[in-house]
Write a protein that binds this ligand. Structure first.
Ligand code: PMP
Length: 398
């Protein structure tokens, strides 16, 4: 039966990682794959995670199934982290939530839930958006449409274009928003802009579907969650797909959650039962290990503080690198303003290079990034900044 299936090409980011691994140049720099790296180029296990893991190992007496909604305590942790412990939607019992296999699992589960509520519903995604949104939502049967988001000429959010497009979105459609640290462009909504989008959602009746994969990587845990918190207060329905891959460094553990805010507690209860039923049909139950670590860290004041300080160190490192790169580029490419890199947040920014220039950076300087010139700033290092900016200056000179 499989004769009909052709071999598909490799995933481009995977190909980039392999090419980087096999590149013998000692100067090589990987700005491609989207994982956080420390100053030694590692993606470390956070100390708070290690400690929670040691405690778990001691306390764990069974590997029997956990609850279908996930590890006990993890959903409370997710709700408090995403919305803040005092949020009125939590007090009103309006939030349904389940653990998921990473943020991808949350997005896919959300897509299936939406399918059940409104078959073939339309989801508006930003141009550009994270490439995986397309298969994760599209393969569940949702129709994807695009709204303008990033102005590649100005290297800035095209808020007017976005609002003009969203003003045409009909009631019942969904609008996918990045909570903070937009992947791939790094341009985020300000609080005032979140309020404006919220007002428009209220007027038009579209439903925000928020992808929160980088909480704590932008301005801080609370500031990065302003959008979902404000929308959950102002609007009857909001979906929030959460990932713990980056902010807890739990990538391979596949830890995430989907939180769905309903109009009232009865709606939330109905949605909770539907989420469990959708998950049963996909993978039955989420993995427990990563969620157990999140729950353990959240429940301990000491671990929580340690985790928060590690997270702010990571955020600080990214910002330092952003500023260093801007400073270095100002000296090597004096005719061009790269200041946007320091204004953007999270791991990613677009350099604004052509595919040919990206190819030259790889071939001549062993500097790797995706073809659209998206860089993972965390892949840089202070002692590589000048090398990278000189190489960029060279390829820009042609
Ligand atoms: N959304 C965005 C925008 C992402 O960048 C990522 C991770 N690259 C995710 C969701 C989900 O990640 P994961 O499934 O690894 O938790």
């Amino acid at each position: 039966m499989f004769e009909s299936l052709p071999k598909l090409p490799n995933d481009p980011i995977l190909g980039l990682s392999i090419a980087f691994r096999d590149d013998p140049n000692p100067e090589k720099v990987d700005l491609g794959v989207g994982v956080y790296r420390d100053a030694s180029g590692n993606t470390p296990v956070m100390a708070a995670v290690h400690e929670a893991e040691a405690q778990l190992l001691k306390a764990e007496i069974t590997k029997a199934y956990t609850a279908p909604a996930g590890y006990p305590g993890a959903n409370e942790a997710v709700q408090e982290l995403a919305f803040g412990p005092e949020h009125p939607a939590l007090a009103a019992g309006r939030v349904a939530s389940v653990q998921t296999p990473g943020g991808c699992g949350a997005l896919r589960l959300a897509a299936e839930l939406i399918q059940r509520a409104r078959k073939g519903a339309r989801v508006w995604v930003s141009t550009p958006t994270w490439a995986n949104h397309v298969p994760l939502l599209g393969s569940a049967g949702l129709e994807l449409k695009e709204y303008p988001y990033y102005d590649f000429e100005r290297h800035a959010l095209d808020f007017d274009g976005m609002m003009a497009a969203l003003a045409q979105v009909p009631a019942g459609d969904l609008v996918l928003l990045h909570a903070a640290c937009h992947n791939p462009c790094g341009a985020d909504l300000t609080e005032a802009q979140w309020r404006q989008v919220t007002e428009l959602a209220s007027e038009r009746g579209f439903v925000p579907f928020i992808d929160m994969a980088y909480q704590g990587f932008g301005e801080g845990l609370d500031a990065d969650a302003f959008g979902p918190r404000w929308m959950a207060e102002q609007l009857p329905e909001v979906l929030v797909a959460v990932s713990f891959s980056k902010n807890f460094g739990l990538y391979r553990e596949r830890a995430g959650a989907l939180a769905v805010v309903g109009a009232d507690s009865a709606r939330a209860e109905a949605v909770q039962s539907q989420l469990l039923s959708v998950a049963r049909g996909l993978y039955s139950m989420p993995p427990a290990h990563g969620s157990a670590l999140v729950a353990g860290i959240w429940a301990s004041n000491e671990l929580r503080q340690r985790w928060q300080s590690e997270l702010s160190e990571m955020r600080g490192r990214i910002q330092t690198l952003r500023e260093a790169l801007v400073g270095s580029l100002a000296a090597t490419v004096p005719g061009q303003d790269f200041g946007f890199i320091a204004r953007e947040r999270g791991m990613f920014s677009f350099l604004g290079l052509t595919e040919a220039q990206v190819g030259q950076l790889k071939d001549r300087y062993s500097i790797y990034m995706t073809d659209n010139s998206r860089i993972n700033v965390a892949g840089l290092n202070l002692d590589k900044v000048d090398y990278v900016s000189r190489a960029i200056a060279e390829v820009l000179r042609g």
